[in-house]
Design a protein around this ligand. Structure first.
Ligand SMILES: Nc1ncnc2c1ncn2[C@@H]1O[C@H](COP(=O)(O)OP(=O)(O)OP(=O)(O)O)[C@@H](O)[C@H]1O
Ligand code: NI
Length: 318
């Protein structure tokens, strides 16, 4: 299966007055065409910063190194694009929206306040020469036609969330990154949104879902990547991951689910201003030993597996 996005050694740091925040560290990740990849991890581990770095949306105090090669997503076939060094203009004209769509984490700030949902959607459909109409797209995300005639400030959080999803889908991007697309939705609408994203993959699209909701990931993901304190610690096929997570952090995260043992992960993640050289989970890890002073890595060729010196699963299941 072809790789739509090949991320290598991606690092994002924020320079603050007297310190540096290490939001993404040496991240390697292949996103394959036609698959739904779920990126999971606790609040503040770097998920949204990763998404923003791929969309050319980082603020000025960000320093980015590494590479993220986007391939095979252009109907006009202008070749691969290196996202990390792409100029802001190129992002605005040919990449953002058209080749990669983003459902942003904060819908309220992403919506233009002076236009109704219908105006925003119709304009996006027109710019991208789509034949679909706004009502059809609204129905896809579970919005009624009347909801489109409201201004963003008249929408509930969940409605605004669905409108931003419809806006991201309007250009029909080959790669969609959805950052917490189900926040504020009731369970039936959560499932509706997830199934919509799943269908995109089943018809050749590629979707990356960033979520806190492991139950959501279990419902739709082909693959799961677990982020901890700016790094990826596990990346495996979803079936194998949910049957038996391999990184002690991933196991603890799954164990915290109400449907499992409902035990919160003990302790706290490290400050991103003072990350250790070795495994960042070691201080919280029941199995930590002297090996953990050395940083464990995923397989750099496949970007899969587990970054741990004492994984719970050493052989792939199934
Ligand atoms: N502009 C910025 N300047 C400094 N630090 C930042 C900036 N933007 C994000 N950060 C920091 O980067 C880290 C990662 O943030 P990010 O938003 O990616 O987390 P997240 O995993 O998406 O969390 P959540 O699940 O809560 O959305 C956090 O410590 C955050 O405070
Ligand atoms: Ni986030």
């Amino acid at each position: 299966m072809s790789t739509v996005l090949r991320i290598r050694d991606l690092t994002v740091r924020f320079r603050l007055r007297d310190t540096i925040v290490q939001a993404v560290s040496g991240l390697d990740l292949d996103v394959r065409r036609g698959e739904l990849l779920a990126i999971v991890g606790e609040s503040g581990c770097g998920k949204s910063v990763l998404a923003h770095s791929l969309m050319g949306l980082l603020p000025k105090n960000a320093q980015v190194t590494g590479s993220a090669l986007l391939r095979d997503t252009d109907p006009a076939d202008t070749g691969p694009v290196e996202l990390i060094s792409a100029a802001p203009r190129r992002f605005a004209r040919g990449i953002r929206g058209r080749r990669i769509g983003l459902v942003p984490q904060s819908p309220a700030t992403a919506l233009t306040p002076v236009r109704t949902g219908r105006k925003l959607l119709e304009e996006t459909l027109r710019v991208h020469r789509r034949t679909t109409d706004a009502d059809t797209l609204a129905a896809d995300v579970g919005l009624a036609p009347a909801d489109l005639d409201r201004y963003p400030f008249e929408l509930s959080g969940g409605m605004a969330q669905r409108l931003t999803t419809a806006l991201a889908l309007a250009p029909d991007p080959p790669l969609l990154i959805a950052d917490e697309p189900t926040t504020g939705l009731d369970r039936p609408l959560v499932d509706h949104t997830l199934d919509l994203l799943r269908r995109r993959c089943d018809t050749g699209g590629t979707v990356v879902v960033i979520t806190h909701d492991l139950t959501a990931a279990e419902r739709v993901a082909d693959r799961v990547a677990v982020m901890y304190a700016s790094r990826l610690v596990e990346h495996r096929p979803a079936d194998a991951f949910f049957a038996s997570p391999s990184h002690p952090y991933a196991a603890a995260l799954l164990d915290a689910l109400p449907t499992r043992s409902f035990n919160p992960v003990p302790g706290h993640p490290p400050m991103l201003t003072a990350l250790p050289d070795g495994c960042a989970f070691a201080p919280r890890c029941p199995a930590a030993n002297s090996d953990c002073a050395r940083r464990p890595d995923l397989d750099p060729d496949t970007t899969e597996g587990v970054a741990c010196h004492h994984p719970l699963v050493t052989e792939e299941v199934g």
